[in-house]
Structure formats: structure tokens, C-alpha cells
Design a protein. Structure first.
Length: 461
């Protein structure tokens, strides 16, 4: 039996354009090379005309999405391109650069939920993706648009980004897939070995610069403003369009019901903006009828949003981010700050922070229940734990944590934790390898001791 692909109303003409987030007049084609409002220099956002989308009913859209999801109708089996009409209708299918991103599994964290007092806790494993992070969701849209523009004769010799490690890995992978040169700017010695190797393997021009992410960002903005090189950072709001499919996919996976609370780690704050954007668009078209509460979690060492939250978002001060194990969110001057604050206000948002010890212990505790967390997911989990304890989250609420990268990218973080090498941390769940001679008695004794400590560990929380 073949599964029938369903199609939306053929008369609909989908329209999306860039507009200024501050409402300056003017509209720009998604095929223009433009990242900022020419009038106020602030960010742009992609605005979709809801009318053509409403020409297909919500029930029909749900059927259409389900008929495409995880199937082989190129490119609609992708979690992003299965929602193409809502994401980026301007790219021809033949120019789409996809690794079949999206469709990441929802892990039912039954054990962790039980330990922490939640009945309905889920982890959206966005790191189960081609390059190992959620960045693939946005990068497929951006690189597809570059391919489309090159196809139409625009002179775009390369695509460039500054990165804390995952954007660069994703950009390099998608550019290699498309045969387009990629340039990545990395803060020297501030990304994991796995993250450094990814762009090298994909043949990207990789620059290790003696600064932090914010310093790399300043340089890439100069380079891309003068040399026809296309900017792949999330100030380019095409990325947000792809990333917002996380919200669509979550609802789809829950049979189109909306979770109560979503916890997401934030650095440059593009992803929390995208998450909100997805829900707002679904609501505007009638796919859902309510919004979840959104909680953004920051590392205490890079917490400019948290500081602003404490002041009721009445002001915002960029900061010099301090070193944190959550390297992908070590950002003091987030590009998408205004978008994020707007989303948090609309979604009854909370911002919570996690110390180095809290993020490491939360990641390790959750790993013991079958997850394999990156430090940023550790930040989100630590924040969740605090909010449960404070009574901000109720035991019967459906809670989803957005896990942003695969733990395998952060082997160094885990190795040092399990060797108890972090000076100011207890490393309560450290589980170092037991070295024993190849003798039966000694092996047996070591096993018995191991079982004792294991049982003690499982009962601690
Ligand atoms: C990029 C990234 C984040 C932060 O996302 P923003 O959009 O910058 O807030 C969090 N975790 C991981 C693993 C990332 O790669
Ligand atoms: Zn403007």
C-alpha cells in the first residue's frame, strides 16, 4: 500500500517577506541580501501572509503534515520542509538543501519526572540531527535560500558565520551538501574538539580567532557587509523560520495538543524567539487554540536576559560573558534580545539561571535516567528543577524540555565530570571506570562494591 501524499489548496499563493521588528515601513523579499532594517538598523523578521494559509482548513493542514512527516516525498519528509508553506515558500523544491532534518524524537522522561515530581515530562531531542544540534533546522532554510539565489544568478561566493560551535558545524555540513563554500569564525579554544573537527571535515575555511563569540560576531558582520559573503548567523531571520518548526513538530507529536510548559536554554536567543514564533503562527491559522508557558534558561555566567527579567524587562544591559561549561550559550550580547523579550512577555515567560555546578549535576543526574545531555540541556534541566521546587510548575502539567545538542559533542565535559575534575563541584553522580587486575576474586569484589554505591546513588536526588 502506498501512503497518499495530501496537498493544500492549489489556488493559494503563499507570501512571506522580511519586515522590521520595530514596525518601520517597508517590506523586503526573502531573496534580498538584507539582515537589518535600513531605517533603524534593528533586526528583521519574516512575516507570512495568513490568508493563503487559511485557504486550507486547520484539519486539512494536520492531515497534510501527517501525510508528509518522516516519509520519502523529497523534500517534504523533512520536519522543516513538511511545513514549507509556513516556513519559506519562496525556494523551489529543486534548490532545497536538506539532510532530512527535524523529526527528532520526544523522549518520555518517565524516571526523571518521577524523581523530580512530574508525571508528564518529555525531552525533545533536537540534537538527534545530522550535525548533532537543532541548528540544522534553521540552516537548511538559509542554505537552501543561498542555493536559490545563486540559481537565479546572484553573486554569492560563500556563506559565513560566527559560532560557539554548533552553527559552524551545521553551516559546514549544509554547504558541503550543496557544494557552496563555507567560512566559519570560531573563538579559539572555546569550542569542543568534536565541534572543531566538524567544519574541518566538511572542508569549511575555519578561522580560530583569539576572542569570544561576541568578538567573532563583530568581525563576521564586517566581513559579510563588504564582500558579498552571505551571513548565516541568527540575526538572519531565515534561520528562525526553520527553527520555529520545533513548535509545529511538538504539537504534531502530541496529536496537536499544546504542552503546558516548555523549557529552553538561551544564548543568542534566536531559538526561544523561534519557538514562540511557531506557536503564534499556528494559533493565527487555527492549528492550535492556546499557547504554552515558555521558560528560558541561562547559565549564571552568561545571563544578560536573566538580569533583564529581574528588572521586569524594563532595561537590558549587554555583559561580558564569563567562561561557562555551557559554551554554546556563552554570549553576553544576544542578537535576538528584543524578539526574545517580546516572546517571553506574550508567553507568560520566566527566565531562570543555573550555576556551573547546577548545570553539571542536572545533566549527570538526567544521564542516569537514560538521557545523554549536553551542558546546555543541563542548564534547562537545572532551571526546571528549581522551578518545580519553587512551585512554579505543577506535578500534573505537561512539560517539555528542548534538548539542543547531542551529548556526544561534549565528551570532554562528561569525562572531566566523571573523573571529578571540577574543583568547586561535588560531582555527586561521578562514575569513574574501575581499574582491576585480571583476577576473578578482585573483579568480583570490585563488582560487589560497585553495586553498593550504585544503589546508594539511585536513591539520592
Ligand atoms: C545555539 C545553541 C543554543 C542557544 O541557542 P540561541 O538561539 O543562541 O539562544 C543552545 N544550545 C546549543 C547546543 C546550541 O548550539
Ligand atoms: Zn526599522
Amino acid at each position: 500500500m502506498t501512503f497518499p501524499l495530501k496537498n493544500p489548496n492549489p489556488a493559494a499563493r503563499y507570501r512571506a517577506a522580511f519586515r522590521c521588528i520595530n514596525g518601520c515601513p517597508g517590506e523586503y523579499s526573502l531573496k534580498d541580501v538584507i539582515y537589518q532594517c535600513p531605517k533603524c538598523q534593528d533586526l528583521l523578521e519574516v512575516v507570512h501572509d495568513p490568508e493563503p494559509l487559511r485557504m486550507t482548513s486547520p484539519a486539512e493542514w494536520k492531515d497534510i503534515f501527517d501525510s508528509r512527516f518522516m516519509r520519502t516525498y523529497w523534500p517534504y519528509g523533512s520536519g522543516v520542509w513538511g511545513k514549507k508553506e509556513f516556513v519559506c515558500p519562496d525556494v523551489l523544491d529543486e534548490n532545497i538543501v536538506s539532510t532530512c532534518e527535524g523529526g527528532s524524537n520526544l523522549f518520555w522522561a518517565e524516571q526523571l519526572g518521577q524523581k523530580w515530581g512530574l508525571k508528564d515530562l518529555w525531552i525533545k531531542l533536537c540534537g538527534n540531527s545530522h550535525s548533532g544540534s537543532f541548528k540544522d533546522l534553521g540552516m537548511t532554510v538559509l542554505v537552501s535560500m543561498v542555493k536559490q539565489m545563486r540559481h537565479e544568478g546572484k553573486n554569492i561566493p560563500a556563506v559565513a558565520c560566527a559560532s560557539t560551535g554548533d552553527t559552524s558545524a551545521s553551516l559546514a555540513a549544509y554547504c558541503a551538501t550543496a557544494g557552496i563554500p563555507a567560512i566559519v569564525f570560531l573563538p579559539k579554544n572555546k569550542v569542543s574538539t568534536a565541534q572543531l573537527v566538524q567544519p574541518l571535515a566538511h572542508g569549511a575555511i575555519t578561522l580560530a580567532i583569539d576572542t569570544d563569540f561576541d568578538g567573532c560576531m563583530a568581525i563576521v558582520r564586517q566581513i559579510t557587509s563588504r564582500n558579498n559573503i552571505y551571513l548565516a548567523n541568527s540575526m538572519n531571520s531565515l534561520r528562525i523560520e526553520g527553527q520555529k518548526t520545533i513548535s509545529f513538530e511538538l504539537c504534531q507529536q502530541f496529536d496537536w495538543s499544546v504542552p503546558d510548559v516548555i523549557v529552553i536554554p538561551g544564548g543568542n536567543l534566536g531559538n526561544v524567539s523561534a519557538l514562540g514564533q511557531g506557536f503564534l503562527q499556528m494559533k493565527a491559522v487555527g492549528l492550535i487554540d492556546r499557547l504554552p508557558r515558555i521558560i528560558c534558561a541561562q547559565a549564571e555566567h552568561a545571563n544578560p536576559l536573566y538580569q533583564s527579567y529581574l528588572k521586569g524587562f524594563t532595561s537590558f544591559e549587554p555583559q561580558q560573558a564569563k567562561s561557562t561549561l555551557a559554551t554554546a550559550i556563552q554570549i553576553g550580547n544576544p542578537v535576538s534580545i528584543k524578539k526574545a523579550i517580546r516572546v517571553l512577555k506574550e508567553f507568560d515567560g520566566i527566565v531562570e539561571q543555573a550555576s556551573e555546578e547546577e548545570l553539571a549535576e542536572a545533566a549527570a543526574e538526567a544521564d542516569l535516567t537514560g538521557l545523554y545531555n549536553c551542558p546546555h540541556t543541563g542548564v534547562a534541566l537545572a532551571a526546571l528543577k528549581k522551578l518545580i521546587r519553587r512551585g512554579e510548575i505543577q506535578p500534573d502539567q505537561r512539560v517539555v524540555v528542548i534538548s539542543t545538542a547531542h551529548g556526544l559533542k561534549f565528551t570532554g565535559f562528561k569525562t572531566r565530570y566523571h573523573a571529578s575534575e571540577y574543583q568547586d563541584m561535588e560531582c555527586r553522580f561521578a562514575n569513574p571506570p574501575i581499574e582491576v587486575p585480571a583476577k576473578y576474586d578482585e573483579v568480583r569484589d570490585a563488582l560487589l562494591r560497585g553495586l553498593e554505591t550504585r544503589n546508594a546513588q539511585f536513591s539520592k536526588s
